[in-house]
Design a protein around this ligand. Sequence first.
Ligand code: FES
Ligand SMILES: [Fe+2]
Length: 390
Amino acid sequence: MQHEQLLDEARILLDMVERRSTSLTESVMQLDAAAYADPGLFQRERSELFRNHAQFVGPSCMLPEPGDFYAFGDTGIPILVVRREDRSLAAFVNICSHRGAPLGEGCGQARKNRLLSCPYHGWSYDLDGNLVGLPFGKEGFNELDRATLGLRPLDVQEKDGLIFVMPNPELHFDVNDVLGGIGATMSGFGFDRHHLFGIKRVETAINWKLNMDTFHEFYHFDALHPDTIATMSYNNICHYRQYGRNHSLSSPRIGIEALRGQDERDWNIRDNVSFVNYLFPNTVIFVVGDHFQTWRVYPIDQRRSVVYHSMFVPELPQTAEAREQMEAFFQMINDVAVREDYALVEKMQVAVDSGIERRVHIGRNEPGVQNMHRQISEVLAPAQVVRLQR
Ligand code: FES
Ligand SMILES: [Fe+2]
């Protein structure tokens, strides 16, 4: 975010703190609780939101060098994103043309920066997806035309330091539509210049939307996080901005009021304002202090989801002690989500699964939660299965 915009956010939040106010929508939203456990709806979401819609992969700094790749299969289609020699990105369906093994998992490096090698029988592909190595090929596979056995390409695009991929190999996307302008706003955070510190994977017994809901509002800090987040951030104060299907929520950290006595030119805004940026459908990027974290949530089935929590830092720690400290901070943030949020939200999933008919009420002071459900309902509207009520 550019300095002028940061200043603007800080001014707005200082005013909100003084008035104890927050961004409000026009009306309360009501949602049928069954939307959090409906197997038919889950199938529609899996197909329309996770297969036929562009997915956030990570910031550009997740794949800094040629040959770096990231592989994940959580959308239902195994995906491999790789940085090529000319530093552009390529993406492929991560299925080997021999018998279908994935070429890699998670973050990795292509062999000698040039070759993606299958761990099963060693077929290898260059960074453009061409099949270039086939052990015992002349004898074992003499009838096959190698030129037709490359990896299946996927549409991948990188803009404003953010990487997106389309899981469905038949479809393409416009990255400007996907960003809706949020990338330009966030580009000052330096998504291309940080370093990946680590990724934590957490499986939950929670519908993916119920999982996401917890990231979109600050109304629960005092009640649920009195000893952790509520000691650092104000409860129920946030400033909401919409960008296409995405949104950004800025919130004041405790102590922001000290800025009032300072010249604006001296304001340290990053220490006093946190940002939660939502990228439709399943990602939030927290910008906190000097670094940022991404949370990507994927459905496993209608009652379970998996989250990948990644931390990106401006400099990697240089000593074992500094590394330990950073890991302790990363783990503390992860623990808050797992021990405080997820422990409670898993019980809410039990309530959903009870089948008791009821509505969920999403307040005017929960604009982020409202936006996610509104966007999902718009994408799935043709099937009219979301049952949103105003
Ligand atoms: S499945 Fe990849 S080489 Fe056999
Ligand atoms: Fe929380």
